[in-house]
Write a protein that binds this ligand. Structure first.
Ligand code: ZN
Length: 304
């Protein structure tokens, strides 16, 4: 009887152990399943939020691309109203008598009187695109230029590129300064202009069309050049070389507008001038001052 009891007792405790193990296994399975469900839920949430971020990023990228395209179109539009002038009908043909316009920029200075003396010696008229900043010292040369039959033109008051080309307002203010200065000193309503750096300069912040349109509104004609003596390049040409540079080019055109400088550091230009005039005269060229009849030489122009 006691053996049967022992046996029953053992079976009961075995059943208990088995039940405990079953519970443990079930609990483990349930815990595992719950964890899995939780992790899956978390991952799903992450995926959705990442997808949202990607969508908003690609939307803002598309927006930025559109803006860049619009900007490109806008700047193309600015260039559209400027075009390079080819001057093809100015190419020399057999039998042409070359017309040569000597133009002096950046003066008056300590060299201007000597240049005027040389021009007087040869009875040659030229054109001076003057600046205004040294007027107190050289104002008399403004008068002398006009009185001796040369053409006076404007080359800005300050000759400070970053200032003049900063905005339309800055350009107009500088233009009015040099225009009224010439009017005060010489009694002339000056209608000729040379852009510092030329109309094709690459330093202007604004489109040159803004400034060209302003000059047009003032009935002021701007002249660039098609022959450069080279007296303003970094290369230090000798007087002979300056003459050669001009003589090599003037044969190409009916009308040559020659770029020279009468600023204070251009002694070589003064030195070259007598020989230049003699060479031009020997070649049969006419040396003339700029007038309203002069063929206008421009690098760029605006579409009308
Ligand atoms: Zn200049």
């Amino acid at each position: 009887m006691s053996a049967t009891n022992e046996e029953l007792e053992r079976q009961r405790s075995k059943r208990k152990r088995v039940n405990r193990m079953k519970k443990m296994i079930i609990t483990t399975i349930i815990t595992f399943m719950l964890t899995t469900v939780f992790v899956l839920g978390f991952l799903c949430f992450k995926i959705v939020s990442l997808q949202r971020q990607i969508n908003s990023l690609s939307a803002s990228m598309a927006e930025a691309k559109l803006e860049a395209e619009e900007e490109a179109i806008a700047s193309d539009g600015e260039l559209d109203d400027l075009y390079a002038v080819d001057n093809m009908d100015n190419l020399a043909e057999a039998g042409d008598i070359p017309r040569v316009y000597l133009t002096f920029d950046d003066g008056p200075s300590s060299n201007t009187d000597e240049i005027l003396d040389i021009l007087d010696d040869y009875n040659v008229k030229a054109s001076f695109f003057v600046i205004g900043k040294d007027v107190e010292e050289y104002g008399d040369d403004y008068k002398r230029i006009v009185e001796e039959g040369h053409t006076i033109g404007m080359h800005s008051f300050s000759h400070n590129y970053s200032n003049i080309y900063d905005s339309e307002e800055a350009f107009i203010a500088d233009y009015n300064k040099i225009h009224s200065l010439i009017h005060e000193v010489c009694g002339i309503d000056c209608k000729y202009y040379r852009f510092p750096g030329g109309s094709s300069n690459k330093v202007s912040n604004s489109s040159m069309s803004v400034f060209i349109n302003y000059l047009n509104s003032q009935n002021t004609t701007y002249f660039d050049w098609n022959v450069a003596s080279g007296d303003a390049t970094s290369q230090a040409f000798t007087a002979d070389e300056l003459v050669d540079n001009v003589m090599n080019d003037v044969v190409k055109y009916k009308t040559s507008v020659v770029l020279l400088h009468d600023s204070s550091n251009k002694e070589t230009t003064v030195e070259a001038l007598p020989q230049l005039i003699e060479s031009l005269q020997a070649s049969g060229a006419m040396i003339l001052p700029i007038t309203d009849e002069t063929t206008v030489i421009q690098h760029v122009s605006v579409v009308q």
